[in-house]
Design a protein around this ligand. Structure first.
Ligand SMILES: Cc1cc2nc3c(=O)[nH]c(=O)nc-3n(C[C@H](O)[C@H](O)[C@H](O)COP(=O)(O)OP(=O)(O)OC[C@H]3O[C@@H](n4cnc5c(N)ncnc54)[C@H](O)[C@@H]3O)c2cc1C
Ligand code: FES
Length: 258
């Protein structure tokens, strides 16, 4: 884990309200694994004292990317930054996704901005010889992550809630069509998506599922206990023990959403 000042190379809106930012940081890029995140300082000086957690979206040699939705003042500030600005980053943090050595066929489920960590996982897995089927969901066609930014070799299945592109419905409505061939399933999306998956467990046919959890984070370093979650193995800190967990390990009935 490093604290670095990373220079912005590119920062642009790729979907309404969603920005893709590329930064130069050999230190973080050389260590990062899919599913890990960085704590990003937003604002000048101590303007916003808490760093914002963002998943590592992609890597390219010494460069790393984040994909972020404008939610509040921190992400609004970040969206306004121009190329050449230095951004203070702490990372890579967290455990990341684990592809088991025998796994060859991966099923990835990306709900909305959940594509952020899964793009990195897809690229790395394809480079290592895995085949990737990506179910990419959005509320409507204009909110879909652009196809040309996704790994070309991934088999893409699109779903929209209003049916304006791809299959009409939620990703979870179509998982059963693709589970059969998958060795492992990886998901990133809202907690409601995971709760539906946990409730419809028979559709997953016993396949192992890793999810990336989002909790409000004070420190990102396991110090403040602000991100504690109840699991079958006791209390865990999402920043240090996660953010990736097995779907089965979370006590969903007691899960408090951010
Ligand atoms: C491990 C992890 C990875 C994430 N990866 C991404 C990503 O790749 N892309 C993306 O768009 N978003 C991601 N998020 C959510 C992102 O951190 C929040 O949207 C962001 O912190 C909002 O900050 P803000 O200042 O704009 O909003 P505000 O509402 O002004 O934030 C106020 C405070 O609440 C915290 N906060 C608000 N919403 C969230 C949230 N959903 N999760 C955690 N903290 C929150 C902020 O960090 C800040 O400390 C991730 C969250 C976690 C925990
Ligand atoms: S965010 Fe402080 S312990 Fe996890």
């Amino acid at each position: 884990m490093e604290q670095v000042l990373a220079s912005i190379i590119y920062n642009s809106e790729v979907v309404p309200g969603v920005y893709l930012i590329w930064l130069e940081s050999a230190q973080i890029a050389s260590q990062a694994k899919p599913g890990q995140f960085a704590m990003v300082r937003c604002g000048k000086g101590a303007e916003y004292p808490l760093r914002r957690p963002l998943s590592i979206h992609r890597l390219d040699n010494n460069k790393l990317a984040f994909l972020f939705t404008i939610i509040g003042k921190g992400t609004h500030w970040l969206a306004q930054r121009q190329a050449g600005t230095n951004i203070d980053l702490l990372g890579p943090l967290g455990n990341g996704y684990t592809v088991q050595p025998g796994s060859r066929k991966l099923l990835l489920l990306a709900g909305g901005i959940g594509i952020a960590p899964l793009c990195f996982l897809a690229e790395k897995a394809i480079n290592q010889g895995c085949s990737v089927t990506l179910l990419l969901g959005a509320s409507t066609a204009t909110q879909l992550y652009p196809r040309h930014l996704l790994p070309a070799q991934a088999e893409l299945v699109i779903t929209t809630e209003d049916g304006t592109a791809g299959r009409e419905g939620m990703i979870t409505d179509f998982v059963h069509d693709f589970v059969g061939q998958a060795d492992q399933i990886f998901a990133c999306g809202p907690a409601s998506m995971y709760q539906t998956m946990a409730a419809q467990k028979q559709q997953l046919k016993g396949k192992p599922v890793q999810i990336s959890l989002e909790m409000r984070m004070g420190c990102g370093l396991g110090v403040c206990y602000g991100c504690t979650v109840k699991t079958k193995n006791g209390l865990k800190q999402v920043c240090k023990d996660g953010p990736v967990f097995n779907l089965d390990d979370i006590l969903w009935d007691e899960f408090a959403q951010v």
